[in-house]
Write a protein that binds this ligand. Structure first.
Ligand code: IMP
Ligand code: MG
Length: 182
């Protein structure tokens, strides 16, 4: 089991940089097979920015040329427990109508964030909406939602790194880890 010290905290690595890179390549292949017409990739910020950056380059490697628009949503604020309320902090630019939308999120937990984004894209006339998450924590689902593309099924820990934060920290880490109790 690998541990990494970040500042004053010790983190246990759950998914290494190499494991993530391999899985991102595989997901890109799965997305290509779905043959989504006029693909618009919509990363849900902030947590998915690193995943999105790697995934769109992996899509390019598979010969795809999606366009990308960002949607910034918030449900957590400073807390590590979902408030259940989803807010639009920054909306997508441009038309969604007639596009195949691929929503990207870092982690699917209650499902409220992704479900909110999906409803929004459907209401705006998307041709179809599929969802892709790096991590799926199925144990905590509060709404009926299954992601179309999943990186890893994740145990029910609060994880950080590869874009994911705890109170705005640890997003920069190239791996996904769990903060060890001290
Ligand atoms: P949901 O709306 O409950 O599915 O939560 C999804 C959002 O909560 C994700 O986009 C993350 O930003 C955040 N989140 C959920 N679990 C974790 C975690 O373990 N670490 C960091 N962020 C998390
Ligand atoms: Mg998030």
């Amino acid at each position: 089991m690998k541990h990494v010290t970040v500042g004053e905290r010790k983190l246990r690595v759950l998914y290494s940089k190499q494991e993530i890179a391999q899985r991102v390549g595989e997901i890109a292949g799965e997305i290509k097979s779905a043959q989504m017409e006029r693909l618009l990739v919509v990363p849900i910020l902030k947590g998915s920015f690193i995943f999105a950056a790697d995934l769109v380059r992996a899509l390019h490697e598979k010969g795809m040329a999606p366009t990308i628009e960002f949607l910034s949503l918030s449900s957590y604020r400073e807390a590590t427990v979902s408030s259940g309320q989803v807010e639009i902090l920054r909306d997508v630019e441009g038309e969604v109508e007639g596009r195949s939308v691929l929503l990207l999120d870092d982690i699917l937990e209650s499902g409220r964030t992704t479900a909110f984004a999906k409803d929004l894209m459907v209401a705006r006339g998307a041709l179809q909406v599929k969802t892709c998450v790096l991590l799926d924590k199925p144990g905590k689902r509060a709404v009926d939602l299954t992601a179309d593309f999943v990186g890893f099924k994740c145990p029910d820990y609060f994880v950080v790194g590869y874009g994911m934060d705890m109170a705005h920290n640890y997003r920069q880490l190239p791996f996904v880890g769990v903060i060890e109790e001290i």
